[in-house]
Design a binder for this molecule. Structure first.
Ligand code: HEM
Length: 433
């Protein structure tokens, strides 16, 4: 291992100066850029963001398996202004799943897993179907829809609110809070030592107060929701979490940690399934033979969801932080570096998947994709996401038999490092359907 590799100045052979995972053209189609990188420099340094990017399936697996070297604590939150420190502090989020390593992560994950039982996911299915058909009722007679705002995003928000046990009418506020959180977060290497400056983040003091004040309100709101469940438990995730006991009979999670994990779930689960459903329908419509196969045998949709996750998953880059010097695929990575996992690149790695650019609903190893991550941070919402994507797509195909894409659209994505968040996509069909 080359111990001379430094965090700020890696050897030129490893640098890809042009890589920008937030550029609109990359977000629209990251695959040509990721494929070139995977062939030329499978592990490379992107100086614009000061991150190392990993693109090969085997290397991605190796990183996710080694939390001692590749810690989860790659993100930080901008400081809470003095004015509101009595209402909220940054450490509120230190134990979030996406930031925590064992043993903190292990204890919390075990507790929250208890709320994601198979029977509870199965019980959600009829409710998801009902929501899907109710939403379609709202636009079926129009002959066209803007799929994300009229169907996929409301479907995701309603499913999550129902599952967690939050009032559906509060989902817009929850989504906004989740966004505040994502905007206040930054890769820890972006903090300039000895100063308050954070590279790429130029937030006024007023905006900082505004966002943190909203997060303080969010915290207070979730505390209230938890109090209501302590008083009167329901059939939902919050009730499960407040009732959990450890071996000593004490509450398994403190109220403050339940709040953290609820915002964790809202941030990770509100908008992630919608782009997947849109992409699944787009793949099918663009390949009439496969669409016909799925219409003839809807049970194929289950594998079609996996294949969509492999070929165009929702995850952009997931971050890790090297707690010691490391090596990935023979490339030396210094201690204190931020490493970005491109699960999307792994899904198109020809060393793992045959004809990786082809969408194939019959592909036997489709579910080997990494779109939900691997190992201890594997997506806790995966079963819910899978069911939601399948049921959402099935209802659209069932209700709108000649469903097609409105021609000539350019698909744009929100500028986000963690998720490919599709902004809009228009579908059309015969209004008499
Ligand atoms: C298609 C939809 C989804 C995709 C593609 C997705 C993707 C991912 C990925 C890649 C990770 C692992 C991150 C890493 O390796 O650092 C993850 C973790 C997570 N996801 Fe999802 N997710 C989806 C839906 C959901 C839903 C619906 C929920 C909530 C109900 C959810 C909650 C979470 C949480 C809480 C974690 C953190 C788990 C941990 O660190 O232990 N996700 N997700």
């Amino acid at each position: 291992m080359n111990s001379n590799t430094s965090v700020d100045d890696p050897p030129a052979a490893y640098v890809r100066p042009d890589f920008n995972p937030l550029a609109p053209e990359y977000l629209r189609d990251p695959y040509p850029i990721l494929e070139a990188a995977r062939h030329e420099q499978p592990v490379f340094f992107a100086p614009q963001l000061g991150i190392w990017v990993v693109t090969r399936y085997a290397d991605l697996l190796a990183v996710t398996a080694d939390w001692q070297t590749f810690s989860q604590s790659a993100a930080r939150l901008m400081p809470v202004p003095e004015e509101i420190r009595d209402r909220v502090t940054e450490d509120w989020f230190e134990e979030a799943f996406m930031n925590a390593d064992p043993p903190v992560h292990t204890v919390a994950r075990k507790a929250v897993n208890a709320g994601f039982t198979r029977s509870r996911i199965l019980a959600m299915e009829p409710r998801m179907r009902e929501t899907a058909h109710r939403l379609i009722d709202g636009f079926a007679a129009d002959g066209h829809c803007e799929f994300m705002s009229q169907y996929a995003y409301p479907m995701g928000a309603t499913t999550l609110a129902t599952f967690v046990g939050l009032p559906i009418e509060d989902m817009p506020r929850l989504k906004a809070w989740a966004q505040d959180l994502l905007i206040l977060a930054y890769p820890r290497n972006a903090a300039v030592p000895g100063s308050d400056e954070i590279i790429g983040k130029h937030m006024s003091h007023a905006e900082l107060i505004e966002r943190w004040t909203r997060l303080a309100e969010c915290r207070e709101y979730l505390h209230e929701q938890i109090r209501l469940r302590v008083e009167q438990p329901q059939e939902d995730l919050i009730s499960t979490l407040v009732q959990l006991r450890d071996d000593a009979g004490e509450p398994a999670l403190k109220t403050e940690r339940i709040v953290t994990h609820l915002i964790d779930l809202i941030a990770a689960g509100t908008d992630t399934v919608a782009p997947l459903t849109a992409q699944l329908l787009k793949f099918l419509i663009e390949d009439p033979e496969q669409l016909a196969a799925v219409r003839a045998d809807p049970s194929l949709l289950e594998n079609a969801v996996e294949e969509t996750l492999r070929a165009r998953g929702t995850g952009n880059l997931l971050l890790r932080y090297t707690s010691r010097a490391a090596e990935i695929g023979g490339v030396p990575i210094p201690a204190g570096a931020v490493v970005a996992l491109s699960y999307a690149a792994g899904g198109r790695d020809e060393e793992k998947f045959a004809c990786p650019h082809q969408f194939d609903v019959h592909r036997e190893d489709a579910s080997d994709h990494l779109a939900f991550g691997r190992g201890r941070h594997f997506c806790i919402g995966a079963p819910l996401a899978r069911a939601q994507a399948r049921i959402s797509a099935e209802a659209m195909l069932e209700r709108l038999p000649d469903l097609g894409l409105v021609p000539g659209q350019q698909l744009d994505y929100h500028s986000a490092i963690g998720v490919f968040m599709l902004q809009a996509i228009a579908f059309e069909w015969s209004a008499t359907a």
